[in-house]
Ligand binder design. Sequence first.
Ligand code: ZN
Ligand code: ZN
Length: 75
Amino acid sequence: MKQITDECVSCGLPCLGNSCPNVNVVRWYCDDCGDEVEPEELYVTEDDEELCQDCLLNRFKTVKQKINEGGYNDD
Ligand SMILES: [Zn+2]
Ligand SMILES: [Zn+2]
C-alpha cells in the first residue's frame, strides 16, 4: 500500500510547510507483512494487493501446494 507520511523533523524552523521535502514522503508497504518496500521491489497481484518479493513467493508456494493437494493424478 502507498502511504504518505510527514517526516519533517524541525527542518527549517519554521518548517516550509507543503514545500518542505520531508512533509509528503511517499512510502510503500507490503500489504501482507507490512514491511516497508522500495517501489521497484513491490509487486501488484491480480487482486490489487501490493506485496514484497518474499510474500509474493509465499503466495506462489501456497498456490502450488493447493494445486498439488487438489491432485492432478492422472496415472
Ligand atoms: Zn519541514
Ligand atoms: Zn511482505
